[in-house]
Design a protein around this ligand. Structure first.
Ligand code: ATP
Ligand code: INS
Length: 399
């Protein structure tokens, strides 16, 4: 998998920023010491910033499920499961005293900060006719909003990479800027930047989108490595402008995803899934993608891992539990595929183009994806992932 110089892009560090220069040296030293994990990682730490939340799923006017939500929960779930040995994670998340999932796997591993305000909560109203893969599959209302995450809430140390994954406007522009200073490479979910909330009248504020260019986040884009948006969010991101500043990934539901960088683009094929709940697909995609970069894959190859975990996420309600056999199979595939003992997050540049192992990697992961489908068929609908109530109408959520 030789890096392609034509498609290489420098990391988003400001050359005159002394803080960032120090970080480059420290992380590269860690990376080349090697010998730790399969991809040669030795203590590569990631930073995930975004709050856990409560999700209430509604259909036909009534609640059909209540689950742990928040991109940080889905993202840390995938990164903990799929990263190579030697990679660790710090999660900065805020919840209120009413938080119902402190003992669920992700928050138990990465405890949130407790605030006086209530836990962020969303009502997701599913329509009966989400026919197109690109149609909005649900209407979201933010019912409660926990405190924002301030720059001072971030740990005062350096990270190999960071994921800005707010759901309710909690990642402030100054917090993203601090992340950029602390992390060698930052990956951002557009939903953290472009969500606005209509009047918080009774019943909460409907989630809508604003143009990224009109937000204070826009000026930070040249220092972001990857920006992920769903096809619904893409028009607000302005892909043609944004791709000149960073690599933009647009997820297209069951159709997979597309990557756009300055000078090229690629389509990455999806994996089969039995969809029961689309919530968290984008979050799981982004984390799968980041773990692909950690394994040393090019961006287009890493997007395969994004599609893989996006598909796995829609197969379960709430934060998914992965079959250990499936995870073992995925890691074996990656160990076999990745020969070079380095990670692109630790290198000086990212490469974007598909490598010559892309198709083979897709085929092998497809076999592992079948394990997810088999697991789904073997399990009864209720999953043990911290649901408040079990949901019997799972298959009636739109597919
Ligand atoms: N039905 C599906 N079958 C297979 N893969 C899917 C399906 N739905 C989603 N995915 C995978 O998950 C990725 C993200 O999905 P999608 O584009 O729907 O994100 P999203 O709208 O941001 O999701 P959410 O906001 O619910 O987290 C897709 O790019 C794809 O790889
Ligand atoms: O739990 C979900 C999930 O994190 C989604 O990605 C986000 O769009 C929703 O707002 C949130 O409720």
């Amino acid at each position: 998998m030789a890096p392609s110089p034509a498609a290489a892009m420098p990391l988003a560090a400001e050359p005159d920023d002394p803080e960032v220069e120090v970080e480059v040296v420290v992380v590269e030293e860690r990376g080349v010491k090697g010998g730790g994990g399969v991809a040669g990682l030795d203590e590569v730490e990631g930073l995930v910033v975004g709050s856990y939340c409560h999700d209430v799923l509604l259909r036909g006017g009534r609640a059909v499920g209540e689950t742990l939500g928040g991109a940080a929960a889905f993202v840390s779930n995938v990164l903990d499961a799929a990263s190579p040995a030697g990679a660790s994670l710090a999660v900065v998340s805020k919840v209120g005293h009413d938080f119902a999932y402190a003992t669920a796997a992700a928050p138990a591993r990465h405890p949130p900060v407790l605030c006086a305000s209530p836990t962020t909560s969303f009502h997701a109203r599913f329509s009966d006719d989400a026919a197109s893969a690109h149609a909005p599959d649900r209407q979201l209302r933010r019912v409660h909003a926990c405190d924002p995450i301030y720059p001072a809430d971030l740990p005062d140390r350096r990270f190999a990479y960071g994921l800005a994954v707010g759901v309710a406007g909690e990642v402030l522009p100054e917090t993203l800027e601090r992340m950029i200073r602390l992390c060698r490479a930052v990956l951002v979910d557009a939903q953290a930047l472009i969500r606005a909330f209509d009047g918080e009248a009774k019943g909460g504020g409907a989630v809508r989108h604003v143009a990224l260019e009109a937000t204070p986040y826009a000026r930070l884009l040249p220092r972001v490595a990857f920006l992920k948006a769903s096809s619904e969010e893409a028009p607000y991101v302005g892909v043609e402008t944004a791709r000149r500043r960073c690599c933009v990934i647009v997820t297209e539901g069951r159709d997979g995803c597309r990557l756009y960088w300055d000078g090229g683009e690629a389509r990455v094929a999806p994996f089969p899934a039995v969809q029961v709940d689309p919530t968290g697909a984008g979050d799981s995609f982004l984390a799968g993608f980041a773990s692909g970069l950690l394994w040393g894959l090019s961006a287009t190859d890493a997007a395969l891992l994004g599609n893989f975990f996006g598909a796995a996420a829609v197969s379960q309600v709430g934060v998914p539990t992965f079959d250990p056999k499936m995870l073992q199979a995925v890691k074996q595939i990656l160990e076999k595929a990745v020969k070079r003992p380095c990670t692109h997050i630790n290198g000086n540049t990212f490469t974007f183009q598909r490598s010559n192992i892309h198709d083979e990697l897709h085929k092998s992961l497809q076999e592992a994806a079948m394990l997810v489908c088999e697991q789904k068929q073997a399990n009864s609908p209720a999953t043990d992932n911290g649901d408040i109530c079990s949901i019997n109408e799972l298959t009636s959520l739109p597919s």
